[in-house]
Design a protein around this ligand. Sequence first.
Ligand SMILES: Nc1ncnc2c1ncn2[C@@H]1O[C@H](COP(=O)(O)OP(=O)(O)OP(=O)(O)O)[C@@H](O)[C@H]1O
Ligand SMILES: CCCC(=O)O
Length: 364
Amino acid sequence: MLMKILVINPGSTSTKLAVYEDDVLVWRESLYHSAEEVAGFRHINEQYDYRRQHVHEALEKAGIPLRFDAVIARGGLLKPIPGGVYLVDERVKQDLWNASMEHASNLAAWIADEIAQQAGCPAYIADPVVTDELREEARISGVPELPRISIFHALNSRAVSRRYAARIGKKYEEMNLIVVHLGGGISVSAHQYGRVVDVNNALNGEGPFSPERAGTVPARQLVDLCFSGKYTHRELCRMLNGRGGLVAHLGTTDVPTIIRGIHAGEIHYKRVLDAMLYTVAKQIGAMHVALHCATDAIILTGGIAYNEYCTDALRGWVESLAPVEIIPGEDEMGALAMNALGALNGELTVQRYCPKQDEEIPEK
Ligand SMILES: Nc1ncnc2c1ncn2[C@@H]1O[C@H](COP(=O)(O)OP(=O)(O)OP(=O)(O)O)[C@@H](O)[C@H]1O
Ligand SMILES: CCCC(=O)O
């Protein structure tokens, strides 16, 4: 019998929905939430009822009854945990509700759980952005109070790795891969035999700069800026995430627009885009070392990987390290569905959320 799986993926401006029967996509819908519509909400949690109702309405309109074998949602900003499939339980929901960072994906498990309860099936999340499999050496920074944190495009990075491994007749768990997710944020992850042993924190001030994020910046100058009195805490955070990177230099996050500018002779556009790609290439070099310089392939993925100017530039910097493979775009919905299917047919272990941080801090 075919397994029916509902996939829910809320982003800042949309909620993506899909229904799969086994591995076949049978329905897909993106619900857009305009800036005006969400402007009245002061905190992402306030959008729960609004988003939930939109999901129910879309399913009803499409004539899809609430009968599923599983509901799977994008994992939000939980505490650090290893990758894989997790059952949505009260602990997951509470940590998402109380997450220190706001992100639309924090609502996903809540909506999934509500629908799963009505459907009488399990709700899962898989490979959340907080997936943390760092090797011990990678956790320690030069300031003891500032340990490194793993936040990256875990879902798509792992999915494209598995896809690439299958294509060449190997197992993901037998390979050393560097995955470069080139989206609004950029993460460069080192996958050593199936474990992501190092990666830049792609959400908060580490690694390459990206269309909307600052990446690593000169630390001392940042401290001076913080105390200059010119900016509020919120403004400085936005400088790192949201208003940093390409948009800070060029006023746009849109790479095709920048490429058109370069073709039209805009020297500054070229200087900034080339600089961004240079920071990506340097991060690839660092991850090559994290894999003991034994990288089997470097995979370029995400929206920017559609663009030849960018992929050619990266090839130019790093192709002597390992073969460069291009798998543009992302398929988070398909990756989530495959995780749910694997959980249902027993190929993947369903884990319970039990962050290491909680084990280390005994409850009073
Ligand atoms: N065909 C294309 N050619 C070049 N760049 C593109 C193309 N399509 C999208 N992009 C660029 O890709 C970036 C967005 O990528 P993507 O859609 O993978 O990211 P996102 O989902 O918005 O963010 P993230 O991946 O960080 O979660 C933008 O900078 C966009 O301009
Ligand atoms: C790095 C986490 C995913 C995102 O870019 O929002």
